[in-house]
Design a protein around this ligand. Structure first.
Ligand SMILES: CC(C)(COP(=O)(O)OP(=O)(O)OC[C@H]1O[C@@H](n2cnc3c(N)ncnc32)[C@H](O)[C@@H]1OP(=O)(O)O)[C@@H](O)C(=O)NCCC(=O)NCCS
Length: 212
């Protein structure tokens, strides 16, 4: 099965947005979250439709160089997404150049190596320090990330701790010294902060709490 990690744009952002509620429902098992009065996860009652919910996510497609919404394709069909955030869009309390902010593979593609390939390709696209966190009760994700990160680099950390997003199992590593895994695609380094960004306090662009 061919696995592709495609940086989504205006032409296919809707695919990620269509998959989003499936992801949120899966993760609600570990986040112990319930939907609002309109059946939508992660938003207050003022948001009433999936279209309005999707509009709230537009930032993923308007911060090039800081937010990277990758669509995972398996044999050309949507299989999930790997949403990566860079330092410029992370809270100061998160000490990493890149974070796997949201990560999802559809049931049909689980246990088939699709998630691992999509994760490793994502790492290869960006050089720097990385953080990946998941819920302490999410045994499948912990086993998955432990295997994937350990296979990617021998120099990694794993600890359960209090994190800005809550209690999490946290994986960390630095791939700046690794040769790029990105093949012909360009590797992205963390964008330097501009004085204007700092003055406007734009470091955290409120993508919502990550779950990956
Ligand atoms: C988390 C996710 C990306 C993993 O992808 P996947 O294709 O299911 O992962 P894999 O099958 O390659 O690996 C899963 C690992 O968990 C293990 N596992 C599966 N079910 C498990 C369970 N109930 N308890 C403990 N371990 C479990 C598997 O044995 C495997 O580990 P191993 O290779 O060491 O044996 C995918 O399940 C997913 O998208 N889940 C919903 C979204 C989500 O939770 N996202 C957050 C990710 S942090």
């Amino acid at each position: 099965m061919s696995v592709e990690l495609k940086l989504s744009d205006a032409t296919d952002a809707h695919v990620i947005q269509n998959l989003w509620p499936l992801y949120q429902h899966d993760v609600s098992e570990f986040a112990s979250s319930i939907p609002n009065r309109h059946g939508l996860f992660g938003v207050d009652d003022s948001v009433t439709t999936l279209a309005a919910h999707a509009a709230r996510q537009a930032r993923w497609w308007t911060e090039p160089g800081a937010l990277f919404p990758y669509l995972i394709l398996a044999d050309g069909r949507p299989a999930g997404f790997n949403l990566i955030a860079a330092r410029a869009c992370l809270a100061d309390a998160i000490d990493a150049d890149f974070v796997v902010h949201e990560f999802f593979v559809l049931h049909a593609y689980r246990g088939r190596g699709v998630a691992e390939e999509a994760a490793v390709r994502g790492f290869g696209m960006h050089e720097g320090t990385w953080e990946i966190v998941t819920y302490p009760t999410h045994a499948r994700a912990i086993a998955f990330w432990r295997r994937v990160v350990r296979g990617y680099t021998s120099a990694y950390s794993e600890e359960e701790r209090d994190h800005p997003w809550g209690r999490r199992v946290c994986f960390g590593f630095d791939n700046a010294s690794r040769p790029s895994e990105a093949g012909p695609q360009e590797t992205v380094r963390p964008a330097p902060e501009t004085a204007a960004d700092t003055v406007r306090g734009r470091r955290c662009c409120d993508t919502g709490g990550g779950r990956a």
